[in-house]
Design a protein around this ligand. Structure first.
Ligand SMILES: Nc1nc2c(ncn2[C@@H]2O[C@H](COP(=O)(O)OP(=O)(O)OP(=O)(O)O)[C@@H](O)[C@H]2O)c(=O)[nH]1
Ligand SMILES: [Zn+2]
Length: 348
């Protein structure tokens, strides 16, 4: 089916997955990584190459990036526990969330150094990354068009002293090599960021001349016709894997209290020092958050951003819960109808 095969290690196999397998499973089954998802089949890749596998989306919740255990009849035995997962709120569907991509190691949050630059936007993406349990790296593009790079860089670094902040000219492959340490063999990376910030440019600069070789792979479709499809994963010349699923671009903030708290961990730490443990940080005496704002230790902008994102995720999770209870009611109705029709058939 294809011309390249990757070793398990190249595909991102790690001790984390290995330790989930029993000895019997190791001998009886094969492991493969999902690299493409279609309506009724998956394309998976193992050290033996590509394979097409049929599955039932409503029964098996599987997405690109997942590691699967597969039996000799090419059937899914089970999905291995994920190290990380991006999900999306999916309005109008039966399931509450749509799985976007699993087991990504690093997500590059791309933001351009022009009039579009917004700290709050970076914070929003960081919440999404932290909620997914994926390490965020901030990539500031269009440095060549910016007069005061250092000033922006300092602002971003102030969000978190441990955050990786990289400044590039995305059109210059040499500058983009700064991302190489995150793209080594065994690593899975993805890009996130608004339209026009330079994601495609970055990817092209990373891929260099190999873009054509890895971008499209010929495949036999079910009717035996050759089709060229856009692969959701690309092998990077640095050895790692780029996961480029369309859903990543439309990720929204859904239920992510954990992600907000992790992104704004200095505020969570302060909040734990407030006199009342249900402090709303508005006017209460002994509020450590307000005291930190007064003293200048915490910026008002940071606090406002925290509150806004907390409200937004709470609102989105509330609507999810509401939907869930509606679905339950619908489920009950279906069950009673089925029951009724069964009784009818039995003639009782
Ligand atoms: N000078 C300069 N131009 C850049 C840089 N990064 C991106 N551009 C330009 O900005 C424009 C948009 O870049 P894209 O890579 O298409 O942006 P994108 O994030 O992929 O956008 P979407 O596909 O809409 O999500 C292109 O014309 C790029 O050449 C940079 O660092 N420096
Ligand atoms: Zn407080």
């Amino acid at each position: 089916m294809s011309d390249i095969t990757l070793s398990q290690h190249q595909l991102g196999w790690k001790p984390y997955f290995q330790q989930q397998l029993t000895i019997d499973e190791l001998t009886d089954y094969a492991v493969a990584r999902v690299i493409e998802q279609h309506r009724s089949h998956l394309i998976v890749m193992s050290d033996l190459g590509y394979q097409q596998i049929s599955y039932t989306p409503n029964v098996e919740r599987i997405c690109v990036g997942d590691w699967l255990l597969i039996d000799e009849n090419s059937r899914v035995v089970r999905v291995l526990e994920r190290q990380s997962l991006f999900e999306r709120k999916a309005p109008g569907t039966k399931v509450d969330t749509q799985l976007i991509a699993a087991n990504i190691d690093t997500v590059m949050i791309v933001c351009s150094l022009n009039h579009d630059f917004k700290l709050s936007r970076i914070e929003r993406y960081m919440v999404i990354a932290n909620e997914a349990e994926v390490e965020p790296v901030i990539v500031l593009t269009k440095a060549d068009l910016c007069e005061d790079v250092t000033q922006y860089q300092t602002q971003v670094q102030a969000l978190d002293p441990l955050l990786m902040v990289i400044v590039v000219n995305a059109t210059d492959p040499q500058s983009v090599q700064q991302l190489a340490p995150f793209c080594q063999t065994g690593k899975t990376v993805a890009f996130m960021g608004s339209s026009g910030v330079g994601k495609s440019t970055l990817v092209n600069s990373l891929l260099g001349s190999q873009a054509m070789a890895t971008g499209a792979i010929r495949e036999d479709d079910s009717k035996g016709k050759h089709t060229t499809t856009h692969r959701a994963i690309k092998l990077l010349p640095q050895g790692g894997i780029l996961m480029d699923t369309p859903g990543m671009r439309e990720l929204q903030l859904s239920s992510s209290e954990h992600g907000v708290n992790e992104t704004f961990n200095e505020i969570s730490t302060l909040a734990s020092q407030c006199r009342f443990n249900n402090c709303s940080h508005q006017s209460e005496p002994g509020c450590a958050v307000l005291a930190a704002i007064d003293s200048g230790e915490l910026s008002q902008r940071r606090m406002d951003s925290y509150k806004k994102l907390m409200r937004e995720q709470a609102f989105n999770s509330a609507t999810l819960a509401e939907k869930r209870s509606k679905d339950k009611a619908l489920g009950k109705m279906i069950n009673t109808t089925q029951l009724a029709s069964r009784r009818f058939k039995k003639g009782s």
